[in-house]
Write a protein that binds this ligand. Structure first.
Ligand SMILES: [Zn+2]
Length: 104
């Protein structure tokens, strides 16, 4: 039986928790706190997404998005671009540069 003693498991969990709480900005070393950011994509049209959940540096304002949020945003952007592209195809001589703003 390769059972891990309870004290060791608990220690590991506490260590992970501590790491999550003490996030520091790799850019400036400032404290990173949960917040929101704005993302702008220059694609077939300009897609601007507001209030994206992110960890934001309290010192330099750099925003860090988790992999899960990034994947959701990507899916959303792809869908919007697809919709806009097919809409534009139905519009003769429509100028392609359009800005789409999404607020989460
Ligand atoms: Zn920073």
């Amino acid at each position: 039986m390769d059972q891990i003693p309870d004290s060791e498991t608990k220690g590991e969990k506490e260590k992970m928790k501590q790491v999550q709480q003490e996030r520091k900005c790799p850019e400036c070393g400032g404290i990173v706190r949960p917040g929101y950011t704005e993302l702008v994509y220059e694609l077939e049209c300009q897609v601007q997404i507001k209030d994206v959940p992110a960890n934001v540096c309290s010192q330099c304002g750099e925003a860090f998005i988790t992999g899960r949020v990034a994947a959701e945003v990507n899916r959303l952007v792809n869908r919007v671009v697809e919709d806009v592209t097919s809409f534009l195809k139905t519009q003769p001589q429509t100028r392609k540069t359009r800005a789409i703003a999404i607020a989460i």
